[in-house]
Design a protein around this ligand. Structure first.
Ligand SMILES: [Zn+2]
Length: 193
């Protein structure tokens, strides 16, 4: 049915992450949820991570460095973007649509579990399984937090739960982006949290 190769697993996981990123970023704009926006950026970073693992398998140092630079810039720009968007939303007091937040975060949770499952099923030496699980665990935790934030938004009719979750996510992405530039050994790491 399916070909057993880590290459195939990385393409599938990368594809699922990028697709979910596009779904989530679209949903974040019409629901005005900054936590969904932050989570969509995480899917893009993860997607690029998985696809870059394919290139890194070929071990070209020049490409390796280029991918690392793109990743680092992505994380810093995304982190700042999330924080600015959260502040802008706070000033305007926009209340996000809770039903979109909960529905999309459930879908995102499934996407994360699916890509972890596919990577562990087809893993070999080139895949750091522990890093994959660590990343998935953190991502799943964020999905659950957005679900809770959606629920709190419904109950309190407040923009704050969404803004608080997105500020935490923005700070974490920014922190990992800065960590990558400070400690070079983290460049090799699959995990970005
Ligand atoms: Zn992630």
């Amino acid at each position: 049915m399916i070909k057993k190769s880590p290459r195939w697993a990385l393409i599938m996981a990368g594809g699922v992450n990028l697709l979910m990123g596009f779904i989530e970023i679209t949903a974040s704009f019409f629901s005005l949820s900054s936590s969904l926006f932050a989570d969509s950026l995480d899917f893009f970073v993860d997607g690029v991570n998985y696809f870059s693992s394919l290139i890194i398998l070929k071990k070209s140092d020049k490409i390796h460095r280029k991918v690392w630079l793109i990743k680092w810039h992505m994380m810093v720009i995304f982190g700042i973007g999330v924080l600015l968007w959260a502040i802008f939303k706070y000033i305007h007091g926009w209340i996000p649509r809770w039903e979109v937040m909960t529905t999309i975060s459930i879908l995102a949770l499934w996407a994360n579990l699916f890509s972890a499952w596919i990577l562990q099923a087809f893993q070999n030496d080139s895949l750091d399984l522990r890093a994959v699980w660590l990343c998935t665990r953190n991502d799943a935790l964020w999905n659950i937090l957005i679900m809770i934030a959606g629920y709190l938004t419904l109950h309190f009719s407040s923009p704050l739960p969404d803004i608080i979750v997105s500020i935490f996510m923005g700070i974490l992405v920014l922190k990992s982006g800065i960590e990558i530039i400070i400690s070079p050994e983290k460049r090799e790491s699959h995990s970005h949290h």
